[in-house]
Design a protein around this ligand. Structure first.
Ligand code: GDP
Ligand code: CA
Length: 315
């Protein structure tokens, strides 16, 4: 039950790290107090299907069906349709499970009928009985393109097909300058008591969201209430490609590099115990620091982190 002391929270997030933190908040707050603003720059078309990886990861995590080992896809899913389509000579580098396929068929059909990303996301969330408010960053198409030694690669090709092996020179967000924040995004940021930047890829998940005109300004205006969680732990990301991308862009792959990306946007950062040594450097930059156990390996660890992060922002 909502209680009038429960804060309203807005979270900017990507897929794996983002979904874990949104789920962590959902363990301790009324679900309708939480709005997740999700990266859609990784969206891609495969076999005529419109796939929206980060929104699906967040929905599956909150819906209790995520494959927690992999961090994406539906637990126990099979890949038989993919084996079949390989016989016909089609690309199968992007892993879509059999049950997951239904989500993409459904989304593709609704898009063809003119539904917006916002409406589709709400529809899919409802099918999983998810009551956290899930918003795409924009209803307009934005594509994260990674400029590498091997050429310009859409994000999924860079990460999944080529395993983040190519040296990164820069990243661009195609379509971002003409994109508008999805309905509700700016209002959710303005109305939140607390804003979190989830422990997501600072470049390819959060950077994409911030590239949508209006969102960065809205966060800047709420800087005092905005705290980031570091996805970099002990000098590395738990899975590619946040570290690879940060290093390609000349950032140090540590919590100081993360804080640099978020300069002007946050008043505090949550770092792992493994990174405690960096706390004094961050303090000289007038950023509040909370040192905590930040790996959300189970429900207890997730609850604990969500609770500490909330207490940290609220003072
Ligand atoms: P993607 O869209 O699937 O790449 O996922 P995100 O952008 O949301 O998050 C990717 C980042 O999540 C990686 O850099 C990981 O290090 C980080 N991450 C994953 N799980 C955890 C966790 O339990 N704690 C923290 N602090 N970071 C995590
Ligand atoms: Ca992603």
């Amino acid at each position: 039950m909502a209680n009038n002391t429960d804060p309203r929270v807005a979270v900017l997030c990507g897929g794996v790290g983002g979904s874990r933190f949104v789920r962590a908040l959902s363990y301790i707050l009324p679900h309708d107090n939480i709005t997740a603003i999700i990266n859609t720059g990784d969206d891609e078309e495969f076999h005529g299907l419109y796939v929206s990886p980060d929104p699906d990861i967040v929905t599956y995590a909150l819906g209790g069906v995520i494959d927690d080992e992999r961090g994406w896809g539906i637990r126990g899913d099979a890949f038989r349709w993919l084996e079949q389509i390989r016989r016909y000579g089609h690309d199968t580098w992007f892993n879509i499970g059999d049950r997951d396929l239904a989500t993409h068929l459904h989304r593709t059909r609704l898009r063809a009928e003119g539904w917006t990303a916002t409406r589709i996301m709400a529809d899919i969330a409802a099918a999983f009985d998810v009551h956290v408010r899930l918003l795409p960053m924009s209803d307009d198409r934005v594509r994260t393109i990674v400029e590498t030694d091997a050429g310009d690669l859409p994000f999924q090709r860079y990460l999944v097909e080529r395993h983040a092996q190519d040296a990164v020179h820069s990243v661009r967000f195609e379509g971002a300058s003409d994109a508008r924040p999805a309905p509700g995004v700016i209002d959710a940021i303005a109305a939140a008591d607390v804003i979190f930047i989830a422990p997501s890829n600072p470049i390819a998940s959060i950077g994409t969201i911030l590239a949508v005109p209006g969102i960065r300004d809205a966060i800047e205006a709420r800087r005092a209430q905005c705290v980031a969680l570091s996805p970099i732990i002990g000098g590395r990301s738990l899975q590619p490609p946040a570290g690879e991308m940060m290093s390609g862009l000349g950032l140090s792959v540590d919590v100081v590099g993360v804080a640099e990306v978020y300069a002007g946007l946050i008043s505090g950062i949550v770092i792992d115990r493994a990174d405690e040594l960096h706390a004094s450097t961050l303090a000289t930059r007038r950023i509040g620091v909370l040192v905590a156990d930040t790996v959300m390996h189970d429900e207890a660890a997730s609850r604990n982190l969500a609770h500490k992060a909330l207490t940290f922002v609220r003072g």
